[in-house]
Design a protein around this ligand. Structure first.
Ligand code: WQD
Length: 331
């Protein structure tokens, strides 16, 4: 199929583009480089050995996006584009609502206008808020504690209402847990432009001596070692989940899937694994808890396994090795 990939120069988008190209799909990438770099487009071509169309544009610009629909016979879309920093969203809620919601509305209007009502949406486990038990299944209650997470929840609601209004839509909503790691080539990976919000990119910068030490946000949670527990999943396994999701765009339904490993790892698990597999030090100190953090979160991935055939294969060692390999290859 010819797939429109919004945010295809981003961390998860770029890894998914490679997965799509290597499995025989054509892609059309749109990105405005607000949280990604232009050279990623060439890296995707280099890794996959395939060419594809790229358009630099803001998804909120309907006229610009419509030009793409006029030129390209889009058959389905995977929608990654959106701001995603929790802390920034608390400080700039209007920017998050405006960008994340409007871009989605523009995309859906054009998908319908050009009779291409097949959409995979990049959602997040953040829509589960603070679960009262674990592991998390797709029917858990939904709640959010920050504007970023609320945009994801709102978009899920928009897509649900859209499907009710027109059941000929094929929609798959993928709720990611914590994606980390990088493509085995080391050509692409996670490279935030400023001080990282998330754990793995912060660890990597400390290991690379770009930052003095890691602050571990709390060691007094009700977890095995007191530090926060999350379901880390290799970004390449996540990318494969999107390839499999395309197979569910054929029954005029709306589907929801957790994309996680089903394993919970603590902050200290990740730090010690990273140090061991890469034989490098990561100095850290224990800090106060980060407001809004939950103690533990990990998926029950059985629905994705049963209905998509999705199984995350890569280990925490693989995730830590590949994350560091990306830095070594791009020093
Ligand atoms: C993981 C653990 C922190 C940084 C968020 C979003 C989610 C998704 C992934 C976009 C927690 C601890 C972190 C640090 C630390 N984003 N930590 N020191 O918060 O689970 O999820 O990012 O899609 O939607 O909510 O990920 O990597 O920020 O934190 O101790 O410098 O690491 O307390 O326990 P999180 P994270």
């Amino acid at each position: 199929m010819k797939i429109l990939v919004t945010g295809g120069a981003g961390y998860i988008g770029s890894h998914t583009c490679i997965e799509l190209l290597e499995n025989g799909h054509d892609i059309v990438v749109v990105d405005n480089f607000s949280n990604s770099k232009p050279e990623v487009i060439d890296k995707i071509k280099e890794i996959s050995g395939k060419d594809f169309s790229f358009y630099e544009l803001d998804l909120c610009d309907k006229d610009a996006l419509e030009e793409v629909f006029k030129k390209e016979q889009i058959e389905a879309a995977i929608h990654f584009a959106g701001y995603k920093a929790v802390g920034e969203s608390v400080k700039k809620p209007l920017m998050y609502y405006q960008n994340n919601l409007l871009s989605t509305l523009v995309l859906c209007e054009l998908l319908a206008k050009y009779d291409c009502k097949k959409l995979v949406f990049s959602s997040s486990a953040t829509v589960y808020g603070s679960p009262d038990h674990l592991p998390i299944t797709e029917d858990f209650p939904l709640s959010t504690t920050n504007p970023y997470g609320t945009t994801k929840l709102m978009i899920e609601q928009i897509l649900k209402d859209l499907h009710i209004s027109d059941p000929t839509w094929d929609i798959v909503i993928l709720r990611y847990f914590n994606p980390i790691g990088a493509h085995e080539s080391g050509f692409i990976g996670e490279s935030p432009n400023n001080i990282p919000n998330n754990l793995m990119p912060y660890i990597v910068k400390v290991a690379n001596k770009e930052l003095p030490e890691l602050g571990i946000f709390g060691d007094d949670y009700e977890t095995k070692d007191g530090t926060g527990v999350r379901d880390y999943i290799h970004v390449c396994d996540l990318a494969h989940g999107h390839l499999l999701a395309l197979n569910k765009l054929n029954d005029h339904a709306i589907h929801y899937y957790n994309l996680g490993t089903g394993n919970g790892y603590s902050v200290l698990d990740l730090v010690e694994t990273f140090k061991r597999v890469n034989n490098i030090d990561v100095p850290y100190t224990i800090k106060d808890r980060r407001p809004g953090d939950i103690a533990a979160c990990y998926a029950d991935p059985s629905k994705a396994q049963k209905e998509l055939g999705f199984v995350a294969e890569r280990t925490l060692d693989d995730m830590c090795k590949s994350a560091w390999n990306f830095i070594l290859k791009n020093k």
